[in-house]
Design a protein. Structure first.
Length: 424
């Protein structure tokens, strides 16, 4: 077959390549996509001075006791609208989870949960926190992800926040290798400049402690309207990934600070208020393709006293709502929220698994089915199933049976750019 002739010359193509060189660099450097690593389903906040190496296990014990006192985990599933078969399947997995890894991500809080106790008290607490975290990691009792939230970079608290950050990171560095799942949280961000200042602070700590460049990544809490809409009418949150490329690991929505900033009365402040949905949609757009993860906020309706079951139903519904909207992580504030967190999360993945696995199998095997999925949809299907495996809602063997793909292939389907880079 004769090679067809084209009209555009090599010079034309070279000119177009030159015109798009900046675009190519931007896409490569600033939009790498998700790295395929595990994302925790929640972040637990506790006042920094209350952390002990046994805290995670203690919370799991309390969570199981609360569930047992209210009819068991299967009954919790029924309260959340699960049918009997699903509730039993979810309950057994939640019981295992609460006994083995009840907290996936823990934040020792030096901000709202700690308050202003004076410099001496906070210095001592920051040093003790570093020592306790290092001990928990060494003993194997620490959650997979752990770190601190320090005070914000507004003028009144900036020096205190930086000092606590310094004492904590320096204490961990002195104790040995930093925890693999170390997370640092910068709250109440209002401007890009504050994030750039944080980038400088952690860069200096890396230099001082001979850490690899980029080792100290951090989360940004979206709690102020100024970060969603700036004074020039632009969205500062959309600038963050590009102002400090590769440094931000996540954006966390702050339910109550953000709502209060917009004069929403306390009774109506909620993760599902329209102002919350708008802010979170902007956050999603801001980080799409950048690899930065998203987390929803918390509900302050706690399952205690006579309100346990109503609070479980509310929490379970809100967890499910976040998952359906692409927020795969949220905040928990009390041990009794763990059963509803995992029950709602596991039900979400287990209910969607059969259909997602069948469509994934049809795509991989190129079998004609009722839905013609494109590569982008196949990535979403694989990512959904992979998240279910990573959080414990489903097993790798179960997925292999249903979808016909093992974990390496599933990861490659969910994150093809990652697979391409590792195969080079």
């Amino acid at each position: 077959m004769a090679v067809p002739e084209t009209s555009l010359t090599a010079a034309d193509l070279a000119r177009i390549d030159g015109q798009l060189a900046d675009t190519d660099r931007l896409l490569e450097q600033n939009y790498p996509g998700d790295d395929g690593s595990r994302q925790p389903v929640h972040t637990v906040y506790v006042p920094a001075d209350r952390f002990t190496p046994s805290l995670a296990a203690d919370w799991g014990t309390q969570a199981l006791a609360t569930a047992a006192a209210h009819g068991g985990l299967a009954r919790l599933g029924s309260l959340l609208g699960q049918d009997a078969e699903l509730a039993e399947a979810v309950a057994s997995r939640v019981e295992t989870k609460l006994g083995s890894e009840p907290i996936e991500d823990l934040r020792l809080d030096f901000e709202d949960g700690f308050g202003d106790r004076g410099d001496d008290a906070e210095d001592a607490a920051a040093v003790a926190a570093a020592s306790a975290v290092a001990a928990a990691v060494s003993a194997g009792s620490a959650p997979p992800f752990i770190g601190i939230r320090f005070k914000c970079f507004e003028a009144p608290t900036r020096a205190r926040g930086l000092r606590t950050l310094d004492l904590f990171v320096s204490g961990l560095a002195a104790a040995g290798e930093l925890p693999e799942g170390l997370v640092l949280t910068l709250p109440k961000v209002t401007t890009v400049a504050q994030v750039q200042a944080m980038d400088y602070a952690v860069s200096r700590l890396e230099e001082i402690h001979s850490l690899p460049s980029g080792r100290l990544r951090f989360e940004v809490q979206v709690e102020t309207p100024q970060l969603i809409l700036g004074p020039e009418g632009t969205s500062p949150v959309a600038q963050l990934p590009h102002a400090v490329p590769g440094r931000i690991s996540g954006l966390h929505y702050g339910t109550y600070d953000y709502s209060a900033s917009l004069q929403i009365s306390a009774e109506y402040q909620s993760m599902e208020h329209p102002v919350a949905d708008f802010a979170k949609e902007v956050m999603q757009l801001a980080v799409a393709g950048t690899g930065i993860r998203l987390s929803d906020g918390s509900t302050n309706i706690i399952p205690v006293g006579d309100n346990v079951e109503n609070a479980w139903q509310l929490h379970g519904r809100l967890v499910r709502r976040s998952l359906e909207r692409g927020f795969y992580q949220g905040w928990d504030l009390h041990p009794a929220q763990l059963p509803s967190r995992f029950a709602a999360t596991y039900a979400f993945y287990r209910q969607g698994l059969p259909a997602a696995a069948a469509r994934l199998r049809n795509y991989v095997e190129q079998t004609e089915g009722g839905v013609m999925d494109e590569p982008a949809t196949a990535r979403a299907l694989a990512a959904f199933v992979l998240r279910g495996v990573q959080c414990g809602a489903a097993g790798a063997d179960e997925v292999l049976t249903l979808a016909g793909v093992g974990l390496p292939q599933l990861t490659g389907l969910a994150h093809p750019r990652l697979a391409q880079s590792t195969s080079k």
